[in-house]
Write a protein of this length. Structure first.
Ligand SMILES: [Zn+2]
Length: 178
């Protein structure tokens, strides 16, 4: 078989798969609330975001100079905060969200998480978006599964907007579970 013929066969197989992919295509729609500023939030959600901002100011982030704060509200109303803790040996650090969630659950093992607020502060000292990384999304998912209850996620977003998601499935579809 010449090289030219082989190329033609490969092209045909790809085309066939492409047609199949269109026939099987599905889409996922996510729903979220968007507020134009922190002032539009309910008192409860604003308080949680303000606590996340306060925590961000205490972040230990000498390497990235990017501060992140997270505030977790437990089902019993208690708020536990965390911030990013960086390390010279890079993987040894931890994100603000997991610092807050792990501390909250370590100190309050008999309750669950109701909501988490997350905010970033850039090198210029401006508040900015800090959407949770994949690993933190998986940890949120774990605590949702544990309590069989969705966790509200309050995100500081670009242009000082605030986004509220009703559960982690909006930002972690097809999540791992056993
Ligand atoms: Zn993370």
């Amino acid at each position: 078989m010449s090289k030219l013929t082989l190329h033609k066969i490969v092209a045909k197989i790809r085309y066939f798969n492409y047609i199949n992919a269109i026939d099987m295509r599905k889409s996922i729609e996510i729903e979220y609330e968007e507020y134009s500023s922190i002032n539009e939030l309910s008192n409860e959600n604003r308080e949680l975001l303000l606590q996340a901002m306060s925590a961000a100011n205490d972040s230990y982030s000498p390497y990235s100079q990017f501060k992140v704060g997270a505030a977790v509200k437990l089902i019993d109303g208690k708020i536990v905060t965390g911030n990013n803790q960086e390390n010279m040996a890079y993987p040894s650090g931890l994100c603000a969200e997991r610092v807050a969630m792990f501390a909250a659950m370590a100190q309050n093992p008999n309750t669950g998480i109701n909501a988490i607020a997350i905010v970033g502060k850039n090198k210029e000292g401006q508040w900015c978006a800090a959407s949770p990384c994949g690993a933190c999304r998986q940890v949120i998912s774990e605590y949702e599964n544990r309590e069989k209850k969705k966790i509200t996620i309050i995100l500081y977003a670009d242009n000082n907007k605030i986004i509220i998601l009703k559960g982690v499935d909006s930002i972690l579809p097809f999540q791992f579970s056993m």
